[in-house]
Design a protein around this ligand. Sequence first.
Ligand SMILES: [Zn+2]
Length: 307
Amino acid sequence: MWRSLALVAGPILLIGLCYAVAGPSGPAGGALRESQVRLARERSATRAFDLNADCHSAAHELQQRLPESWTFVIRPPYVLGGDLPSETLERLHRETVLPTARAIGVCYFDEAPSEPITILAASSDQSYRDCNRRLENRSREEYAGVYSRDARRIVLNLSTGEGTLAHELTHALAHADFADLPEWFDEGLASLHEESEFSSDGLELIGRDNWRRKFLTEALEFDRLPPVERLLLEDFGRSAQPQVEYAQARFFCLFLQERRLLSHFYRKCRATHDLDPTGSLALCDLFGCENPAVIDRAFREWLQVVR
Ligand SMILES: [Zn+2]
């Protein structure tokens, strides 16, 4: 009797336990999941509709402020404009913007832009200056490109090459994903991508050596390279040697990339930002140390080896 009861009750209890662990299943659970998927699709379609409308408004506003000869192409979330044929803007979007956004999106970003990102490509020094004067009342000719956070707008001097686009696009996409990204990290990551190449599967944008190294080499030779802790804790770009700060931020990101810690650091920094706004605790956690001086020593040793 007890044995037959156990044989009957055993499977029933087992099914009940599985249900408790796995949650609703069967027809009711399936219907619930289907309605969740439908709701997510409807929300996504509404967002896409709104973003498309906002992109058209942004393009219309820019057409009023820029010369008639400028053309525009709308590919949400991007509005591309330039004193260039629309085919060139299409190519820029297809061959540079999309693959770059895909690779850095995979490595770092989880939040897609919900507002238009404008990319204005000027074909010459003169049209670059003119565009910036019309939009910002200043020429910005000291830079090859600028990203304006208020307007979520990139202006590029395309005659200097397309490396600047990767730099400014990193700023724009990071702004959408992690608005409070520490400034040193924002500039370090963006400038890492100005000299970079895609991995063979296109899922990573790998930073390489570039011209900013000379500022680090000089600072090391004359013992003027501040410790990494100052990079993390002090206001970025306000010192008497901003070129050294930019170079240090970039090469520190390259150092993290070579340690395979860069994307982990980005996501940890974002997740713990409320408690650790400079990212220094997240960095110590990844290096398994309590003092950033340990990381500074490792960074300087790496610089000596790779220079
Ligand atoms: Zn920048």
